[in-house]
Design a protein around this ligand. Sequence first.
Ligand SMILES: Nc1ncnc2c1ncn2[C@@H]1O[C@H](COP(=O)(O)OP(=O)(O)O)[C@@H](O)[C@H]1O
Ligand SMILES: [Mg+2]
Length: 255
Amino acid sequence: MVQTPYIEFKSVTFSYTKQEILHNISFAVREGEFVCIIGGSGSGKTTLLKLISGQIFPKIGEILIKGKSITDFSKQELYEHRKNMGYLFQQGALFTDLNVYDNVAFPIREHTSLSEKDIENMVNNKLLSVDLVGTEKLYPAELSGGMVKRVALARATALNPSLLLYDEPFAGLDPITLVKIATLIGKANQDINATSIMVTHNIKESLPLADKVILLADKSIIFDGTPDSFVKNKNKIVQEFLQAASISFQLNEGS
Ligand SMILES: Nc1ncnc2c1ncn2[C@@H]1O[C@H](COP(=O)(O)OP(=O)(O)O)[C@@H](O)[C@H]1O
Ligand SMILES: [Mg+2]
């Protein structure tokens, strides 16, 4: 039997104003899959995540969450969908007036009625998993870029969500921190066995995490397949992305 995908886009066209941002987009994300959506700046990556999280809705086409169209969701269903979802925002986007502890505790307090003791356990566990024990009382302004991302990761995974959305998790990080964050993302994903969708233009760090790669360009999906077939693909735009990331493979080998 074919399993119903967690997320499915069916011929989705989206525009904020007159200008189309996404045109006739179709793809599916199966449960447990880690999908990387690659695209240049302004290609509609954040828009795509906002569509998945139900912050905005498609004007043409359908977005199905576990088989049901998100435009048909009741308020309660949309709330449940969001509760099951962790969102790592671009730039981390921590609450600047909350310390590290309260940032991570925020979604737990928002969505559960657990005791402070239970919350403390959960927060401590998450801070341990991102190597941030001892930073509880610091405020976002006192953290390095890498630390902000790690707190954001702890916050996004605080409720062990079944769906994790990552918006440019590597942006603005130095190469060493970037590798550390990629490792932590891989680990977080394994720990909670989530379905993950990451939008990024950092191919090098994201390909090793991905089960599937989707390339977004010119409002459309140019490629949808495994990382292995992605690096062997001869499409001009795919090649440009690979070259920009200095990923060179023996493309002519055996072909
Ligand atoms: N709220 C909005 N209103 C109008 N246009 C928007 C809005 N948000 C984004 N856009 C436009 O949509 C396009 C895609 O944006 P975005 O999804 O943020 O791209 P990316 O995340 O790939 O950089 C851009 O041209 C951007 O200017
Ligand atoms: Mg963006």
